[in-house]
Design a protein around this ligand. Structure first.
Ligand SMILES: CC(C)(COP(=O)(O)OP(=O)(O)OC[C@H]1O[C@@H](n2cnc3c(N)ncnc32)[C@H](O)[C@@H]1OP(=O)(O)O)[C@@H](O)C(=O)NCCC(=O)NCCS
Length: 153
């Protein structure tokens, strides 16, 4: 019998002091990253911005924009050195719990068709494909479609 790896992260609201660490992580994870200013704007706008931490160290983040009974998961990531340990699954469940607590009934997000890890994670969490947004993302040498997913809470 193999031992199950348990998620090791704790979660807390993102603070302005986290912005540099979050933007650094973002740069390390995406070829077309959000800027530090994009994260600051999200904080300033009052979006639900959360970090996953190992002790003091930020190892993941999530940006959830809530509008009445709907929410949009604008960004969600786990540091590459911490991936494949169940943290993404646990963090996503936590974020969906935050949404439920805010009386959200539907959560939406976009994901690249090429992002197999994220697609797997979202499908297992119960997200379903609603539509395809053509040429939504910047990509090397052109644009990439987005899969538009949603989950009813
Ligand atoms: C997507 C992401 C958040 C997943 O985080 P994670 O901590 O590695 O996720 P978990 O360890 O909880 O794994 C979740 C599931 O995905 C699976 N998975 C991981 N990498 C995979 C891959 N390359 N292809 C297919 N499945 C994969 C895991 O096996 C696990 O499946 P299981 O529940 O059936 O065992 C992480 O890969 C990431 O931050 N990627 C870069 C940023 C990003 O793309 N964010 C999403 C934008 S929409």
């Amino acid at each position: 019998m193999s031992a199950q790896l348990q998620p090791q992260a704790s979660y807390r609201p993102m603070h302005p002091g986290d912005l540099a660490a979050v933007a650094d992580l973002e740069k390390s994870l995406y070829p077309f990253p959000w800027s530090l200013g994009n994260f600051r704007d999200s904080l300033d706008a009052g979006y639900d911005c959360w970090v996953a931490c190992d002790g003091e160290r930020v190892i993941g983040y999530a940006i959830l924009m809530v509008a009445l009974d709907e929410a949009h998961l604008l960004n969600f990531a786990v540091a590459s050195g911490w991936q494949n340990r169940g943290i993404g699954r646990d963090f996503l469940a936590f974020i969906l719990g935050v949404a439920r607590g805010a009386k959200v009934e539907m959560v939406y997000l976009e994901v690249r068709p090429s992002n197999l890890a994220a697609r797997h994670l979202y499908r297992k969490a119960g997200f379903q494909q609603i539509a395809i947004r053509p040429s939504y993302y910047p990509a090397q040498g052109g644009r990439e479609d987005a899969l538009f997913l949603g989950i009813t809470l």
